[in-house]
Design a protein around this ligand. Structure first.
Ligand SMILES: C[S@@+](CC[C@H](N)C(=O)[O-])C[C@H]1O[C@@H](n2cnc3c(N)ncnc32)[C@H](O)[C@@H]1O
Length: 357
């Protein structure tokens, strides 16, 4: 069986790097074969818009593959290009793998984190059935965890039931970065990957970036990979240990300072330091805006995460920042973005706010 699908086309010798970038962003269409033809590699993709963004192919049009396999390849214009291109191409379908849904007779909802599957099931028996099907399926998974509480307390860690596997530690890959973490000891959500990537893409190599609630480093590590000098603060000592380990794993330890403390007690040491600040502690970020303003340099962007009612999701955050920063700073709200729906009528949002002195 075969089908015509969107593909990234790239010279074969550059194909592995492109394939790895697409795999890290989870953009390869696994149902189709990666195909080699006359020096070109064709990588089937699941989302052309996201690929344009990840491979920086702004404006690239999805064209039918016009490469003529019978025409020979002595023309220079037909030489495989170093630059990836977007084309449609007829490629073979892969042998279908057994999915949990096929084994269960219904489509279970779950998240993937490294080789773990995360469930959110109230019914223990249903959770165990899904766990058994996940292990029997062809998913590359050795651990199944079911949420046993909401995120709670200062460290935002939740309880888990370990349904399969040895422990709650995983290694997760996200947009080319690798994160070790123990879900029973630290906060981490794979659902925020796209949002973190959106922010990371704004980071310049000569920046100083401060993450006030850094966790295991899902903002700090990719920022540092782009060349920024980063400070990450967290009250959770386990999160800080993983942040340090993840800085080493990703080769950016020289650009990352990890501080285990209440960020309000650290702010005065970084007075006027930051070009960029991340505040991902929704529900109580408003209690920390004065510290953020203290850390902000003369021209600084704050990424402020909040959870608010859908009737006015951005107003409370904007008002809190203006109250703390004006008139010392000119305050401009550059972006208002809904990250996800959090609960009925409640939204998790982000405001990108520029402070200029
Ligand atoms: C929602 S998590 C975000 C972690 C990380 N930025 C991420 O996106 O995965 C919030 C983090 O803030 C930390 N935290 C809570 N209160 C804090 C405080 N006063 N000072 C520093 N960190 C704090 C928690 O331990 C937790 O790791």
């Amino acid at each position: 069986m075969s089908g015509e699908v969107p593909c990234v086309r790239v010279a074969r010798e550059h194909g592995e790097a492109t394939r790895r970038t697409l795999a890290d962003a989870d953009l390869i269409a696994d149902d189709y074969e990666i195909t080699v033809e006359d020096g070109w590699l064709y990588i089937p993709i699941s989302d052309a818009d996201a690929v344009r963004e990840v491979l920086e192919l702004e404006g690239a049009v999805l064209e039918h593959d016009t490469h003529d396999t019978d025409a020979g390849s002595d023309s220079n214009s037909d030489s495989p290009s170093h630059n990836p291109e977007l084309v449609t191409k007829t490629v073979g379908e892969r042998d279908t793998q057994t999915t949990p849904a096929e084994l269960l007779g219904f489509d279970p909802s779950y998240e993937r984190l490294g080789t773990a599957v995360l469930l959110d099931e109230d019914d223990d028996e249903r959770a165990r059935d899904i766990s058994a099907a996940v292990l029997e399926s062809d998913l590359p998974v050795d651990t199944v965890l079911n949420k046993a509480s909401k995120v709670k307390g200062e460290t935002r860690v939740r309880d888990w039931d370990l349904l399969a596997g040895d422990d709650t530690e995983v290694v997760h890959r996200e947009y080319g970065c690798e994160f070790a973490l123990d879900l029973a000891e630290v906060y981490f959500s794979p659902r925020l990957a796209t949002e973190r990537h959106r922010v990371t893409e704004q980071v310049a190599s000569d920046e100083q970036a401060f993450d006030m609630f850094a966790g295991v480093g899902p903002f700090v590590i990719p920022f540092a990979k782009r060349g920024a000098e980063c400070v990450g603060v967290d009250v959770n000592p386990d999160a800080l240990e993983y942040l340090r380990e993840n800085a080493r794993r990703n080769g950016v330890a020289d650009r990352v300072t990890a501080i285990c403390d209440d960020v309000r007690d650290v702010a005065s040491e970084y007075d006027g330091w930051a070009d960029r600040i991340v505040m991902n502690l929704p529900h109580s970020a408003n209690e920390f805006v004065e510290s953020a303003v203290a850390i902000a340099g003369d021209d600084c962007v704050i990424h402020y995460y909040d959870i608010q009612h859908e009737d006015d999701p951005f107003g409370p955050g904007e008002r809190a920042i203006r109250e703390a920063a004006e008139p010392a700073y000119e305050v401009t709200v550059e972006t208002q973005r809904v990250v996800r729906s959090y609960a009925p009528h409640e939204l998790n949002v982000c405001l990108d706010v520029r402070l200029e002195r």
